[in-house]
Design a protein around this ligand. Structure first.
Ligand SMILES: Nc1ncnc2c1ncn2[C@@H]1O[C@H](COP(=O)(O)OP(=O)(O)OP(=O)(O)O)[C@@H](O)[C@H]1O
Ligand SMILES: [Mg+2]
Length: 411
């Protein structure tokens, strides 16, 4: 990948697809053995600058309309180590769909129903996407040439804490054009995603050529909020327009939730045509937590002395008790047992905090664990390397379908 011709031994780089991302570079690759084309999403920055475990986790969700990882590659360059996730290669995005002349409203309706299933599933996992826009819906063509839509790009997503209805505002996550009218930079909640989704659905429902014919102007997605009325007027499917009006309700209290959207006539009819039964994620968090208590008592006691937050400690205990074999495999070199235990604890704590606060620097966590400044500097580098080893090994198994991720435990 470094020299832009090969990425690992098993894939050859074909060309870049999108280099406009802040965190990542998406390219087309060919798997040498099968000669099949895939996409690779490679993180640009070093892991401490751009932690991506939460996105890897979302790529492990089990919903047919959410993009799933196929493989994970460790990529070493002269200056840093990063990973690339292999994904099925899409034909285009929701924006591409708008410019696709030959697609009928019937087919478009199916794709929009798939987008609804995806966001509904994500919300059932209590995950806020926060970057819902047409570019983040990918369109695939299956073996029967049928188009399928899937939700992607979870780099700004975050999970709502257990027993809470919102995430406190930390940094700008929602793109400006998709910000709901009530947004006040205090919190993020599910209705924020729903607003952005309404704008995206409406945009993706339009055919650019008919829009041009009717209004004699080009359709731009960035001013879609001003176009709402015209776009609704254009659409002859009144059930769809009714749904959009409920989603794009300026009042967040009466605005539809994804549970309302999934029950609306438009979706119900779409689900029937797709022959799809809505599936819900399974919760086993409480059970996993209970059994982790028996295996990680020493860890619990140590965390108490360090003042670790309860939610971070809980998830870290589960990771620790369920992944010992993989955690052992992080150590390529020989280390003292006591040192290894310390490193395992640091890795699971930092990963747990990262999954809970996606995209927030977890560097200070290390300084909370070690009192001596010299230790902090020395251990931080080792912990980062070990964590990356663990993440790669874990998600390799997850994407092969041999293990589940961590978020499935939550809801
Ligand atoms: N599997 C894929 N197949 C084809 N094209 C893809 C695929 N995944 C992503 N792309 C293209 O690359 C673009 C960027 O991908 P993605 O949204 O995942 O990352 P990003 O927007 O760069 O995100 P980030 O904000 O994380 O940097 C997409 O909008 C799409 O055009
Ligand atoms: Mg994107």
């Amino acid at each position: 990948m470094e020299n832009n011709t090969t990425c690992e031994a098993s894939y050859t780089l074909v060309k870049e697809i999108d280099d406009s991302g802040v965190f990542s570079l998406v390219s087309k690759v060919v798997e040498i053995n099968s000669n099949k084309q895939y996409a690779i999403k490679k993180y640009i920055d070093t892991y401490d600058m751009c932690p991506f475990a939460f996105e890897l986790e979302c790529f492990s969700l089990v919903c047919p309309y959410i993009v799933r990882g196929k493989d994970i590659l460790e990529i070493s360059t002269k200056t840093s180590e990063t990973v690339g996730i292999i994904l099925d290669l899409a034909k285009g995005t929701g924006k591409w769909l708008v410019n696709l002349p030959q697609i009928s409203w019937e087919e478009r309706r199916m794709l929009l129903t798939e987008a609804i299933i995806a966001l509904h599933y994500l919300h059932k996992c209590n995950i806020l996407h926060l970057d819902v826009k047409p570019d983040n819906f990918l369109i695939f063509q299956d073996n029967d040439s049928v188009y399928r839509m899937k939700l992607t790009d979870f780099s700004l997503s975050i999970q709502i804490p257990r027993n809470k209805k919102y995430v406190p505002f930390d940094r700008d996550r929602i793109p400006e054009a998709f910000t709901p009218p009530e947004f006040d930079k205090k919190e993020y909640n599910l209705k924020h995603d729903v607003w952005a989704f309404g704008l995206s659905l409406l945009y993706m429902s339009v055919s650019a050529s008919s829009f041009k014919k009717k209004y004699n102007k080009v359709l731009h997605d960035h001013d879609i909020s001003e176009l709402i009325k015209e776009l609704c007027e254009m659409n002859e499917d009144k059930t769809f327009v009714d749904l959009i009006e409920h989603i794009l309700d300026k009042n967040p209290i009466t605005r539809y939730s994804m549970d309302d959207v999934i029950k609306h006539k438009f979706t119900v009819e779409g689900l029937k045509s797709l022959n799809y039964k809505v599936a819900y994620p399974i919760s086993s968090y409480e059970k996993a937590l209970e059994s982790s208590h028996n295996t990680t008592q020493k860890f619990h006691k140590w965390c108490e002395t360090k003042g670790i937050e309860q939610d971070v400690l809980d998830l870290a205990s589960i990771i620790l008790s369920e992944n010992n074999t993989l955690l052992e495999k992080m150590f390529i070199r020989k280390y003292d047992e006591k040192f290894k235990l310390m490193m395992k604890w640091a890795v699971v704590l930092s990963l747990s905090r990262e999954l809970i606060e996606n995209n927030v620097d977890t560097g200070n966590m290390i300084s909370e664990l070690f009192t001596n400044k010299r230790d902090v500097d020395y251990f931080s580098a080792i912990i980062l390397e070990l964590k990356l080893n663990f993440i790669c090994a874990k998600y390799q198994l997850v994407y092969e379908g041999k293990e589940q991720g961590f978020l499935h435990l939550d809801w």
